[in-house]
Design a binder for this molecule. Structure first.
Ligand code: AHG
Ligand code: MN
Ligand code: MN
Length: 331
C-alpha cells in the first residue's frame, strides 16, 4: 500500500483499519480493545500481585491481575455499543451484552494470558477472537478478526481481519503505530517452543521432538503463549506446540480464546495450526472452555508433527488409535 508523504510509523491502528476498508463497527471494536490495553498496562506496572486490599483504577478492591484485566476489558466491551455477546477465560458463562445481533460482534478473550509470569517479570499478553453476530461456538475459520497485545519490553499489538497480519508498536503517546505489515512465515523453521512436560509426551510428539533436535532446531520457550507465538511470527519461522499429554488428552490451552485466534493469525501469515490430526480452524467447539492440543507455526513442521502422530499413535495401537482418531475427528 503506497502512502505518499507518510512513514509507516505515522500509520496508526485506526488509519490502517480504514485503509483496509474494515467495517466501522469492527474498527471501533478493535480500537476499543486497543484502548483497554492501556489500562491493563497500568495495572501490570502498578497493580499488586494478588488480592492486596488496596483499590484499583475503578475504585474497586484490588484484585488478582487476571480478574482486573478482565474487568477492564468487560467494561470497554459493555459500553462499546457493538458487542452482542462476550466470554473470557475468567467468566463461567457467555455474557449477553445486547439483545440484537445485527451489525454487532461477539468476542472471546483471554484478558491476561500467562499471568503467573508477571511476578517473575516475564512477558504476558491479551488474546482476542471476534465473530460477526451472536454465536461464539463456531469453527475458528469463521472469525472476522483476531488480535493480541503483548506486554513485553515494548508493548505491541498484532491483528488480522483476514487480509494479512500486521504488527503495531505503542509509542510515547501510547498510540499504536505500524511496525510490520503483511508478516509472513517460512515453510520450515529452526526454533521450537515445546509446552507441557516432556515425560508426559505421547510417542508421536516424542519422536517429533527427537527429529527436531537431530535437525539442530533451537529450543525457545518462555511459558507465555503470546510471547512464544509472537516470536514465531516476528522471526518468520518456528513451531510452538502444547500437545495432547498422557494425562491431558486435550492438552492445556483453551480453543475459543487462546488457540483459535492464534491459529487465525498464524494462517494469515502463511503458517499452519493443527490439533495433531486436523486444522484448528475447522474444529467445531462444543463448549466455551473446551481445550485443544495445538501444533502451530511453519507449515511443513506442523505437517511433520501430524505425520509422526499418525504413524506412531494411530497405526500401532489398533482400537486405541481408531478411538483416538474418531475422537479427534469429532472434536
Ligand atoms: P493462562 O495464564 O491464561 O492460564 O495461560 C497460560 C498458558 C500459556 O500462556 C502457556 O503457553 C501455557 O500456559 C504454559 O503452560 P506450562 O506452564 O504448563 O508450560
Ligand atoms: Mn491463557
Ligand atoms: Mn489468562
Amino acid at each position: 500500500m503506497s502512502r505518499p508523504g507518510k512513514t509507516k510509523f505515522q500509520i496508526d491502528l485506526r488509519r490502517h483499519l480504514r485503509e483496509h476498508e474494515v467495517d466501522d463497527n469492527l474498527t471501533h471494536l478493535i480500537c476499543e480493545i486497543a484502548e483497554a490495553s492501556k489500562y491493563i498496562i497500568h495495572s501490570l506496572r502498578t497493580g499488586e500481585l494478588g488480592v492486596a486490599g488496596t483499590s484499583n483504577l475503578y475504585g474497586e478492591q484490588q484484585l488478582e491481575l487476571d480478574v482486573l484485566a478482565d474487568r477492564i476489558l468487560r467494561k470497554r466491551l459493555d459500553h462499546s455499543r457493538v458487542v452482542a455477546n462476550m466470554m473470557s477465560e475468567e467468566m463461567d458463562e457467555i455474557i449477553p451484552v445486547s439483545p440484537d445481533c445485527e451489525g454487532k460482534y461477539s468476542v472471546a478473550f483471554d484478558p491476561l494470558d500467562g499471568s503467573s509470569l508477571v511476578d517473575v517479570n516475564l512477558a504476558v499478553g491479551t488474546i482476542v477472537s471476534i465473530f460477526e453476530g451472536c454465536d461464539l461456538l463456531q469453527p475458528g475459520r469463521n472469525q472476522v478478526a483476531a488480535m493480541y497485545i503483548l506486554y513485553g519490553p515494548r508493548t505491541t499489538l498484532v491483528y488480522s481481519v483476514g487480509s494479512g497480519v500486521h504488527e503495531f508498536g505503542m509509542n510515547s503517546l501510547m498510540e499504536y503505530t505500524l511496525l510490520h505489515e503483511n508478516i509472513t512465515i517460512e515453510p520450515r523453521g529452526s526454533l521450537y517452543s515445546p509446552g507441557g512436560q516432556r515425560n508426559l509426551y505421547t510417542p508421536g510428539t516424542e519422536a517429533f521432538v527427537t527429529h527436531l533436535e537431530e535437525r539442530g532446531v533451537k529450543l525457545r520457550y518462555s511459558g507465555g503463549f503470546v510471547p512464544d507465538i509472537n516470536q514465531v511470527l516476528l522471526k518468520g519461522q518456528g513451531i510452538f506446540f502444547y500437545p495432547h499429554l498422557k494425562n491431558l488428552p486435550q492438552g492445556k490451552l483453551r480453543l475459543l480464546f487462546e488457540v483459535s485466534p492464534m491459529a487465525f493469525l498464524i494462517e494469515q501469515a502463511g503458517g499452519a495450526a493443527s490439533n495433531g490430526h486436523r486444522r484448528i480452524l475447522d474444529l467445531q467447539p462444543d463448549k466455551i472452555h473446551g481445550r485443544s492440543p495445538v501444533f502451530i507455526g511453519c507449515k511443513e513442521d506442523v505437517r511433520l508433527a501430524e505425520e509422526f502422530i499418525r504413524k506412531l499413535e494411530t497405526d500401532q495401537t489398533s482400537d486405541g488409535g481408531k478411538k483416538r482418531q474418531q475422537k479427534a475427528a469429532a472434536s
